[in-house]
Design a binder for this molecule. Structure first.
Ligand SMILES: [Zn+2]
Ligand SMILES: [Zn+2]
Length: 144
């Protein structure tokens, strides 16, 4: 999906949920879309400051939080950054495949695999907190 169609879908998605993709939130999303793979909050902040001069960090962090809440971004704790969700509000915990060579990130819908993992941990009486898991490896392009 290209950035333009992603943004218009994102706008519709927010409208359906009764919230607004304000100009700033939209711009932050646009900046995240420009990066390939994982983006850190400070990178988005730096991009925004390059465009508009000093922007207060909390403004950017709030916009990122909003985008996570709306299911447009995933926060990936293990990578300390954000990834665009192509699925619009996945109902599964994310599983991300990160290429160690080029940094490309793929999102895998592994709901089934994750539920059997949860079942196995439940047998130990352990409850896994909702989180986005990361598997590192080599992508198809780098392998070729
Ligand atoms: Zn997703
Ligand atoms: Zn790669």
């Amino acid at each position: 999906m290209d950035a333009v169609s992603y943004l218009s879908q994102a706008e519709r998605h927010c409208a359906q949920r009764g919230c607004r993709l304000t100009e700033l939130r939209r711009r932050v999303l646009e900046l995240v879309l420009r990066h390939d793979g994982v983006v850190k909050a400070y990178q988005v902040l730096a991009d925004l400051q390059r465009e508009r001069g000093p922007a207060a960090p909390p403004t950017v962090y709030r916009a990122l939080d909003f985008l996570v809440e709306q299911g447009l971004l995933h926060r990936v704790e293990a990578l300390n950054g954000f990834i665009v969700c192509e699925h619009f509000e996945c109902h599964h915990d994310g599983l991300f495949l990160v290429c160690q060579d080029c940094g490309r990130v793929l999102e895998l819908d592994a709901a089934q695999g994750l539920s059997s993992l949860c079942a196995a941990t439940a047998q130990l009486g352990f409850t896994i907190a909702p989180q986005n898991l990361v598997l590192t490896g080599t992508c198809k392009a780098c392998l070729a």
